[in-house]
Design a binder for this molecule. Sequence first.
Ligand code: TH1
Length: 807
Amino acid sequence: MTTPRISAPSVEAFSAAILRHLKLSLGKDPEHASLYDWRMSLALSLRDHVVEPWFESTRKTYEARGKRVYYLSMEFLIGRLVEDVAVNLGFEDIAEEAITALGQNYGDVVANEPDAALGNGGLGRLAACFMDSLSTLGIPAYGYGIRYEHGLFEQHFEEGAQIETAETWLSQAHVWEFERPEVTYPIHFGGHVAVEDGKTVWHAGETVMASAYDTPVLGWQGRWANTLRLWAAKPTTNFDLESFNRGDYIAASAPEALARTISRVLYPDDTTDVGKELRLKQEYFFTSASLQDLLRRFLSEGGALKDLPDHVAIQLNDTHPAIAGPELVRLLMDEHQFEVAQAITTARACLAYTNHTLLPEALERWPEDLFARVLPRHYRIIQLIEAAHFATAGETVRIFEHGEVKMGELAFVMAHHVNGVSALHSELVKETVFSDLNAAYPGRIINQTNGITPRRWLYTCNRPLRGLINDTIGTAWPDNLDQLSGLTAHVEDSAFLDRFQAAKDANKARLADWLKARDGVSVDPAAMFDVQIKRIHEYKRQLMNLLETVALWNDIRANPNGAWTPRVKLFGGKAAPGYVVAKEIIHLINDAARVINADPVTREFLQIVYPENYNVSMAEMLIPAADLSEQISTAGKEASGTGNMKFALNGAPTIGTLDGANVEIRDCVGAENFFLFGLTAAEVTARRAEPDYARTAIAASPRLSEVLDQIRSGLFSGGDRDRYVNLVNGLYDHDYFLVTCDFDAYFAAQRQVDTAFADSRTWTRMAALNTARVGWFSSDRTISGYAKDIWQAQSLLEQRDADQNVA
Ligand code: TH1
């Protein structure tokens, strides 16, 4: 095992550092310090130890003159950082003891930090896990994204309905970032293109500045730190003094207001379309800034641009940065005198594209007229790219079609590799959306199954289980997660299983306390915690879960003295503000919760809990406490899922369909440790072709018919019959996601879960086997795969260890 690089301070020295920051950075004395002051002082004291390894990694990277990885993503869903940094430094105990010695509660201090919520869901969280793994593996890398002033909205429930308010994480100082006022690039929009002296010139209509903010990303044990560079939009001139002097104060600040809208707010959509001009501008804004930045870095090191692909690997996280293809071509042609063909070849050799979804509504397309207006130079370059593509591959697949620019096709054509995010998804990418491009460019599509960082998603969020694992297999597993397989030898040992169950019980008790304290909700920690947390979307089928809950409620009422397995159904997740059906589903869950939770007959067996404002920090609380993981999407629709991996890792078996990474999780944990149900992707396609498939399924299921009638009659909406009529009728008329077809199989699988959970020893063994067998889903494995198959990037860690004679 590699040892930590950072020598830990003593508790006394660290306490003194906290007090020093309290006084000199926060301007407070301990008597008057608030929780905020303590948290900031702790963060600053930790940050002091991050800077040196960060500098050193940067130095090594420059010296090595090898390849750097650039991960371009519209979203980085980071969450809190205090605990993460403390853990990666190996200072967790010292930090806790110091804070305790100063009379504060460590948990409260850590929880004072707002989540950095610069993402919607899985795609953004994946980017954050990848940054963690890139640093842990010592691969020189930069994450590039947008420094949104407002992250994902905050969710409140009013009478059960979702209400959104603006998130304001930057209203407090963000101590983890370093502003780089000297690193700015102009970003142009609009205007027109002219040919002058045989040269194409873009006369922009509007220009904003991209200004850099850097956050160090520390890897495990502080061995390496990369940089997350986020761009903020600023005006080219801050203030129009002439207007001000005329007394027109609003006009005076107009340039600033205009520019800043570009990095003002994260689009709150997850796998739904956002066809907005501002979105296109955001995408171009951060992509152009990132490419200008990496070219400047490359040139400053004396590189010749024809060698760029040997030094630069650019990964596009979905199509959001797909403008990188034409932008890199533009920079090479217009600013560095490349010929078209050479520019396209060079750009493609640098670029790779990850596809995260097949849902047609999430595949970005821009109206041609809008695109040509906002990015006239790129519009022409894409025509050149399409022509080059036609010349090699024929004209079966176009980039311009039906008056739109198709960003998926553009990203594909401009990438040397395209990857899906699970084995099933990558096969479907080949067979469906990109089948013709796959035929034209055989071998370009590959798979890299997603992963999660075990540092955050087990070591940090699940201390009781961490302790048991350390005691059982030693401490080398957090950056070598395959070692968890060593737990398998212990699953017949009742002392081990007792401790495994005790860890789960401790996490459940912690969640129960938190729910009581935050929301005043009491839950019974002895009940099964059945958890579905993710964005609310029809394809994820939270509605099916709710229908099953109502059906179970009916069954319990019909037989209140039956041997029911007590359950708490926990839901968590936000709906895109404009997604009407998803918001109806939220409303229905809350309405049903109100009625069902108040039923004295069923109360001891069934409860629905839906804490508002689900985010990364809430996931860190809920996942370790879960007994059962709900992964019930319509087969073929969830590209991968990553929550599914987090639950399994924390000892919660899955009830799920053969979708996304569920397939591979089931292969790893064993079919007997996974509750499978439902149609396969192929069966889903076939069923949709049958006439009236939903009505047929409903008619065949008295249980489902009863539940739908109850909801439609207003049973949960205080007699308000209208509230859910559309939602229910939608299931009869166009149940695109086959809730009705999978319902009976889901209900039956849940009854198997009931039986299995009632045998607690067998259940604990199943849970432990889940933990023991999912080490493969570490994002370290995923990133190693990208590095080898796509980037040809090397770790510099051995180099570093050798230099320090500590290998
Ligand atoms: C998600 C996928 O839905 C999920 O299955 C996958 O595990 C995750 O990405 C990481 O690969 C996606 N999120 C988005 C968000 C937007 C557009 C497309 C996708 S796909 C805005």
